[in-house]
Ligand binder design. Structure first.
Ligand code: GLV
Length: 325
């Protein structure tokens, strides 16, 4: 029998590719940009598996395009808001993700953003590079202390906890709110009002979309910094532009934005108190390689009719005879 076709929507690190290529007919979308929608729907035709990214929308139209032999979707990410999981479950298609392996790497970035915003590192680097650093100055680019400040974590899952551990190492006071309600913490309003730094770590759901809008921002201290490494849509972008422009909050550091990427002329890219990096949360060599292996393992298990090692919709297995692993 021919090797099953797997479409991979971007070149992934070698570890995962090797696993796939050993047993599958792998097609990889070339280039840095995601496949346009039409190309995605065309390339997935006849595939048994799809290894996709957060930038690829997986929905009813995609399942229809793939056809009856489609067995598994594997997202190279822990978040899966790009996938219509209800639709996948109805069709009996398991969805894989890559939890755990990127926790510490993402928290490293979140804490890095926090420090960078607090100490105005990017403004300083820009000044030095522009040749505008003419002398040491007693009031030059004064920032805010990280040590001793209060960190408010919104979303106390794996990455939120990893962020809290880093903060304790910096002698910060940590308070948190867990809107999903699993961990006992403070109310969101209390966290927003008391924190010097607010760091977002919630998944994007109906409940968290637009969680940080005008009202939430107005509760924050005028000296506070917002850090977002979760999903851009958790923050109301226009409200954030208003808050940063009017001094409602002091600064923001964003790894994720809405839209993503921001158009080159977007005001967030020009506000001196806003730092934007291009969705780099899990982007370390080691972590992306581990993610690629996990994503490939999800594909391979799905092709064999086994339970995925990391499955976001285990309901697909209810009442289904599985090949034991
Ligand atoms: C990245 O955004 C992820 O969800 O892993």
């Amino acid at each position: 029998m021919a090797n099953p076709k797997v479409f991979v929507t971007r070149a992934i690190p070698e570890g995962g590719m090797r696993l796939l290529e050993a047993v599958c007919a792998v097609e990889v979308w070339p280039g840095e940009a995601p496949p346009p929608r039409e190309a995605l729907l065309e390339r997935v035709q006849g595939a048994a598996g799809l290894l996709c990214m957060v930038t690829d929308r997986v929905d009813a139209a995609l399942f229809d395009a793939a056809g009856p032999g489609f067995k598994v979707v594997s997202n190279l990410a822990v978040g899966f808001n790009n996938i219509d999981v209800t639709e996948a479950t109805q069709r009996g298609v398991p969805i894989g993700n890559t939890p755990g392996v990127l926790t510490e790497t993402t928290a490293d970035l979140a804490f890095g953003l926090l420090v960078a915003a607090a100490r105005r590192l990017v403004e300083g680097a820009d000044m030095a590079r522009a040749g505008a650093w003419t002398a040491w100055g007693p009031t030059l680019l004064l920032g805010r202390d990280v040590h001793g400040a209060t960190l408010g974590i919104v979303g106390m899952g794996r990455i939120g906890e990893a962020m809290a551990r880093r903060a304790r190492g910096f002698d910060m006071k940590v308070i948190f709110s867990d809107p999903a309600g699993k961990a006992a913490g403070c109310g969101l309003d209390e966290v927003l009002a008391e924190a010097d730094f607010v760091s977002l770590h919630v998944p994007l759901t109906q409940a968290t979309r637009g969680l940080v809008g005008d009202r939430a921002l107005s509760l924050m201290k005028p000296t506070a910094v917002l850090v977002n490494t979760a999903r851009g849509e958790v923050v109301d972008t226009d409200a954030l532009v208003r808050a940063l422009s009017s001094g409602t909050i002091a600064a923001a550091a964003l790894d994720v934005t809405d839209p993503e990427p921001l158009p080159p002329s977007h005001p967030l890219l020009f506000l001196p108190n806003c730092l934007v990096v291009p969705h780099l949360g899990s982007a370390s060599l080691a972590t992306r390689d581990r993610m690629s292996v996990m994503a490939a393992q999800n594909i391979l298990a799905g092709l064999r009719g086994e339970r995925l090692p990391n499955c976001v919709n285990p309901q697909v297995y209810e009442g289904k005879a599985l090949v034991p692993r």
